[in-house]
Every structure is written in C-alpha cells, then in structure tokens.
Design a protein around this ligand. Sequence first.
Ligand code: SAM
Length: 237
Amino acid sequence: MSSGEETRLYLVPTPIGNLEDITLRAIRILKEVDTVLAEDTRTSGKLLQHLGIDKRMHSHHLHNEHKAVAHLIDRMSKGEKMALVSDAGTPGISDPGFLLVRECLRNNIKIECLPGPTAFVPALLKSGFSAERFTFEGFLPQKKGRQTRLQELAKEERTMIFYESPHRLLKTLGQFSEYFGPERQVSVSRELTKMFEETITGTLADVIQQFNQKAIKGEFVLVVEGGKALKASYANE
Ligand code: SAM
C-alpha cells in the first residue's frame, strides 16, 4: 500500500497560550487538509474559529489512539489529507501522535511535521542553563518507575527538562532536592506566552521556599541544571 509522493498527514503545532504564535504555513495547511484530528475538538474548534477555518474535525486522543489508527491509515491510504493538532504546542510532544506517525511510516504514507510552538524550548532558553546538550524528560512517571528514573537522573550531566502539573509541582521539586541536592539550580517557567508568564530561577532550596509562599496555578516547565557539567564549568572559570 502506498499513498505516493503526496503528504497525507501533517503534524501541526498550535499556540501554547498566545494565539499570535501560529505560523502562516500552519494556517494554510489547516485550511487545505480534509480533516483535522484534534485531541479535544472543542479546544481546537475555538482555535479554528479564531482563524476563520471551518473544517471537519475528528477526535484523536490518548484513549482512542490505539483503536483509531488502523481506520485513519485506511482513510489516508485512499487519499484523505489530515492534520494532527494537540490542545497546545506540538503534537507528539507529551501528547498523542507517536502511534499514528509510526503506522504512517510503516504503511508508506508520507508525513510532514511543521516546526512551531512547544513549551520546553522557551523554558530551556529562559533558564540560562546550557542548551548545548539537554534531555527532555516530559512528565515523570507518577508511581511505578519514578524513583528509578530520579536515581538515574541524579547522574545526568545534561540540562534536564520536565513538564509538571500545578498540584504536583512542590512534590516534584522536593524530590529533585532529595535526589539532586538542595543546591542544584532549577528554573521554573509558568504560563509561557500568557499574561502571567514568569520564570523563577535559583537553587532548589530557594525556589521551593518561594513556591511554598504562593498559590500554585497555571502550567509549568521545570528545567534543572545538569550534574557534573555544573561543577566542571565552575572549575573552568
Ligand atoms: N504538546 C505540548 C508541547 O509541545 O509543549 C505539551 C503538552 S503536555 C500535555 C502539557 C504540559 O506542557 C503542561 O502540563 C506544562 O507542563 C507544559 N506546558 C504547555 N503549555 C505551557 C505554557 N504555556 N507554559 C508552561 N508550560 C506549558
């Protein structure tokens, strides 16, 4: 089965807060495709409405991704063009997308991924930590495997980036302090590109103290400076 040279699936990043952060190409592709696959059709429907695009939408989220993929592959093989969007940012980055992409590749269906908004890049750059080498960890496992992952990461020399929900922020920062030491530098970016965007950077001990004194609201990216690299770079100064 082959869909020839024409792209059938576009991965289209959408804003992480500021609606101006959508590319001209993303808008054109959303207009041109036959169907928009959306994590939440209400959320993406509002974006499409804002862009003046009236398009058939189909729900595609973590809970139906496995089941839906075969049917979508069949439709794309017959010529349907689709755009996958998530609620915010780049699909496939801590969001559904991987399974669909893998099946497209296995079925010789051409895909394109547009570059665009994703939360971890501005958080990394705003931290001021080395962006030369970094590891994107997404969400830590909530239960099984969490301690093992933290133990492994205690040896990590590269800058580490995590996504976290507001109600687990303090728990996670506390565990970072336990596993990486309270003096390790961390940068917490919240509400990137939105009205209440802020970035707080300091030792884990300081940052935990600051968050203990305020209401924790919004979306968060945590960036932790790498382990040995830190000592090495100070030693070279
Ligand atoms: N696909 C998205 C991306 O490309 O960044 C990530 C989706 S993931 C389900 C949602 C998480 O991304 C949030 O819990 C938060 O950690 C991070 N995030 C998304 N938007 C953000 C924002 N505006 N400010 C800070 N963090 C954000």
